[in-house]
Design a protein around this ligand. Structure first.
Ligand code: TXA
Ligand code: MG
Length: 356
């Protein structure tokens, strides 16, 4: 299959190009498109054979449900069995935006889309290209991140092309995304609202709007899936259970006071180089010139957590191209989205952390 890569200017959307993409969606085909979090791989959410194509293109297990993207709140009412009051409050505060809500589904939503579950995850993305594609197609669009299963989510159209070229008919290129990590998922079908995946919208932000306690799925706080004492703590979101992306090279995080971290990483780099290894480091703008590794990438300024989130997946992808044997990374427990950043980075590192 020939994959068309179409550049769309988010500020001046070319409606003719958007209609071509929307027609593909209506015909049950796949179109990759930008959202504010990461690129999505979209198909008509209410047609089982369309969402089935998503699993095939990604090589994704079919019991891992998809997020349904909408462009108007009323569309949630169309597919939810009941719309909880909390959903109205959260939509009012955060939609369009990087928040996904899990609610009970009605019969309109096929089990192919929900991976066999009786609940459905719904999100209204805050990106003009995504919103225009949903509106023009007149469909609800099921879309997981547009990477091959097991790779980091794409934050640029080029990453999508690397994974999907020849497998899908169209990629809409809206430039680099703004946030860079996937949406926060909050489950509204439990007794208390529960975060299934941390993201840009934090527990505190949700609690402020809801005026009640929001809990974090204990399954995602269990750090080591090989530790028997943490067994039974399975994450509720199926996607959080799968073995996640790990770079080809062994990745180790080093945590502690910055000066000590730099010294420790340089020692580790030197040891690894003596062993004949090619070594990479994930640094910040402030520290990048202090490392003596073969490849050093800065993820951004240490106090700019938005930049750190934005660059994380791109850097992990770049290291795979660099043919390094080992990667050492600083830790980024930043105040607001640090939990989401570390959730992704710890998985990539297989939970290997050195404290100095
Ligand atoms: O930011 C995002 O959410 C991006 C963009 C494209 O919108 N999408 C995304 O989709 O990250 P995906 O498929 O890569 O991740 C969806 C996650 C998976 O962990 C999946 O298991 C979980 O959401 N999920 C989907 N439906 C669910 C449901 N009904 N109950 C629990 N978890 C669900
Ligand atoms: Mg994904």
């Amino acid at each position: 299959m020939q994959t068309k890569l179409i550049r769309i200017d988010s500020e001046h959307i070319d409606i003719v190009k958007m209609r071509e993409a929307a027609t593909l969606i209506r015909e049950g085909e796949l179109v990759a498109f930008p959202t504010e979090t990461v690129y999505g791989l979209g198909a008509d959410a209410l047609r089982p054979e369309a969402s089935a194509k998503i699993y095939e293109a990604k090589g994704r297990p079919s019991d891992n449900p998809l997020i349904v993207h909408i462009c108007r709140f009323e569309e949630l009412e169309r597919i939810a069995k009941i719309v909880p009051e909390q959903a109205r409050k959260l939509a009012e505060a955060f939609w369009p935006g990087p928040l996904t809500m899990v609610v009970w589904k009605n019969e309109k939503v096929p089990y192919t889309t929900t991976g066999g579950m009786d609940t459905v995850a719904v999100r209204m993305p805050n990106h003009p290209v995504a919103l225009s594609l949903i509106a023009e197609s007149g469909c609800l669009i099921a879309a997981p991140s547009a990477n091959t299963s097991g790779k980091p989510s794409p934050t640029e159209a080029g990453h999508v092309a690397d994974d999907m070229d020849g497998r899908i008919p169209m990629i809409l290129d809206g430039g680099a995304v703004g946030i860079g990590i996937e949406s926060t998922i909050v489950d509204l079908t439990e007794e208390k609202p529960m975060i299934l995946r941390p993201g840009y919208i934090t527990k505190q932000m949700l609690e402020e709007v809801l005026g009640e306690e929001v809990i974090i799925d204990p399954g995602i706080l269990a750090t080591d899936t090989t530790d028997p004492s943490q067994a039974g703590q399975k994450p509720k979101a199926p996607g959080m259970r799968y073995k996640h992306y790990a770079p080809k090279a062994d990745l180790v995080l080093v945590e502690g006071d910055t000066d000590k971290v730099v010294v420790e990483i340089n020692n580790l780099v030197e040891d690894a180089q003596i062993d004949g290894k090619r070594v990479g480091v994930i640094a910040t703008d402030e520290t990048m010139n202090r490392y003596k590794a073969d490849v050093v990438f800065s993820i951004g300024a240490r106090d700019d957590e938005d930049a750190i989130a934005q660059h994380l997946y791109k850097i992990l992808r770049e290291f795979d191209e660099q043919d390094v044997d080992a990667i050492y990374s600083e830790s980024f427990k930043t105040p607001r989205i640090g939990q989401a950043i570390m959730n992704r980075l710890l998985k990539a590192a297989g939970y290997q952390v050195l404290y100095v």
